[in-house]
Design a binder for this molecule. Structure first.
Ligand code: GTP
Length: 332
């Protein structure tokens, strides 16, 4: 699976966790002081100071860039339990139930659609159950309170759910606009750079194949730009079918890149030759007359000191060697 980091269109869950931790820390400190000093509720006060300390720890870790997913789970679980406990032990008129209404937003923002839905469902059921058993008050009628709480909670839940579905769709669209080539549907140059950075850390051995269609200008001049475009799409399909990797990119124009990880120099040449032959044997447009194509391929092998531009330049030099030597060949 690609380890690429996508560009974020909004606040990331890590960033949201950091500021939510700070908020939870401050709120629990305030409630701790109120319960200890004014209300004399030492049990719930002790729970709140524990949540405050843990959320302070989460904020500290996130600020240092040491966020771990378990921090979010533990933080929201302890906050949820502390809210449920407050609902259970404090007088209902104190209004601890209102805090339950904030939870769906926090769950969806931190955990996404599926887990956000599950956590929110668990809370509405647990809170309604707790309210139902709090029949020790004359002020609240349990059924009416449950009814109102559940309706308000579900309205907020629904809005959070719809918002999260919309956010995910927008995010996927932005990712494809940012990282996909809109003509061929291959990945684009931004994706190539991001993948290079991710792979560079994880793989010692990497080869770059740069593939350039020979005399592509003649295709455009002879058949028109539209046919040129469909030829580029067909070339992209042929590349995808001829090689067993997802790391295929359109660099721009009639240039394509393939990244190959953890193979020998000989194997990289063998794969490049396979691609070259697949293009040579293919027919790229057959409406009026068949269009035959060839490609030239340059290969570079990653060196420890290589940055992205060095790696690309090395492959480019080999490509120009292939062009100089007569095209339709592989140079490594
Ligand atoms: N149809 C189409 N043509 C493009 C696109 N991008 C670049 N081109 C064309 O690709 C052609 C590239 O031409 P050149 O750089 O001269 O290269 P070439 O004709 O392939 O010749 P060699 O690479 O030297 O073999 C130009 O005519 C560009 O207009 C595109 O998205 N669609």
């Amino acid at each position: 699976m690609s380890t690429r980091r996508y560009p974020h269109s909004s606040v990331s869950p890590e960033e949201f966790h950091k500021w939510l931790s700070a908020l939870i820390c401050v709120l629990n400190c305030v409630y701790f002081l109120l319960n200890m000093m004014v209300m004399q509720k030492f049990g719930i006060g002790a729970v709140q100071i524990t949540v405050a300390v843990f959320s302070g720890y989460c904020f500290y870790k996130s600020s240092k860039g040491l966020y771990q997913p378990w921090h979010s789970y533990t933080l929201l679980t302890s906050l949820t339990l502390s809210i449920l406990l407050s609902i259970a032990v404090m007088e209902l008129v104190a209004g601890a139930t209102y805090w339950g209404l904030a939870l769906p937003f926090w769950y969806y923002s931190l955990f996404g659609l599926r887990k956000g839905f599950i956590f929110s469902a668990v809370i509405v059921l647990s809170t309604a159950t707790v309210i139902f058993f709090r029949t020790d008050t004359n002020i609240f009628m349990p059924y009416r309170t449950i009814f109102n709480f559940t309706l308000v909670y579900c309205s907020i839940w629904l809005v959070c759910h719809v918002y999260e579905v919309q956010r995910q769709k927008t995010s996927e669209l932005l990712h494809s606009l940012a990282l996909q080539d809109d003509l061929t549907d291959l990945q684009n140059r931004h994706a190539l750079k991001a993948d290079f950075r991710a792979f560079h850390k994880n793989f010692e051995n990497m080869h770059m194949l740069i593939i350039d269609i020979d005399h592509f200008k003649n295709i455009n001049d002879k058949y028109g730009h539209d046919i040129g475009d469909s030829v580029l799409i067909k070339v992209a399909d042929t590349l995808t079918q001829s090689i067993q990797t997802k790391e295929i990119y359109r660099l721009g124009g009639e240039e394509f890149i393939i990244l190959l990880k953890n193979i020998s120099d000989e194997e990289a040449c063998r794969q490049a030759e396979k691609v070259r032959k697949a293009i040579e044997l293919g027919i790229f447009f057959s409406h009026n007359e068949p269009i035959k194509l060839t490609v030239s391929i340059g290969i570079s092998s990653l060196r420890p000191e290589h940055e992205f531009t060095d790696f690309l330049r090395a492959a480019d030099q080999k490509l120009y060697q292939a062009k100089r030597e007569g095209r339709n060949r592989v140079c490594a």
